[in-house]
Design a protein. Structure first.
Length: 155
């Protein structure tokens, strides 16, 4: 019975080292907060990053477009906790790329931002003076952070 020699720099070792490097890099990225470009400061959803006006428009849009397929309870604290630590731009891009299901991307950029603002509102994130807006770079500077709690959104 012959043994296969492990060569420290053969194809098997090279593949193993490459796989290890990928795993280490992905673990390192997951443990580190996103790097802000050009020294820009990150804000948090706890900082009042959307306006009550945006959330109101988002609620009306949800009722008109989204509620046919979605109960808003689907997007409560458990859903938002799954996005924690991610930029709000990632959630915005996901919704824009996938909704409405029959015609993704059909809404305006501001309408998608309004829906995101409404999602923040129903999860207890505080409102602020300035709106969330729909600029991709600005949305990527806002991190989704809890705690998330169900919020009774009166009409």
């Amino acid at each position: 019975m012959s043994e296969v020699a492990f060569r420290p720099y053969g194809p098997t070792a090279t593949l193993a080292l490459a796989a290890l490097a990928v795993v280490q890099a992905s673990v390192g990225l997951a443990a580190e907060p996103p790097q802000s470009p050009e020294g820009a400061e990150y804000r948090s959803t706890r900082d009042g990053v959307y306006s009550s006006r945006e959330a109101g428009r988002g609620r009306a849009l949800y009722e008109r477009v989204c509620s046919y397929c979605h109960d808003m309870s689907e997007f409560g604290p458990e859903y938002m906790a799954g996005w924690e630590g991610q930029p709000i731009g990632a959630l915005y891009d996901f919704i824009r790329a996938t909704m409405p299901e029959d015609n993704p991307g059909d809404l305006s950029r501001q309408q998608y931002a309004d829906v995101v603002a409404y999602m923040l509102r129903i999860n207890g994130a505080p409102t602020g003076e300035q709106g969330l807006g729909n600029d991709a770079a600005q949305l990527d500077q806002v991190l989704i952070e809890g705690p998330f709690e169900e919020f009774d959104d009166p009409r």
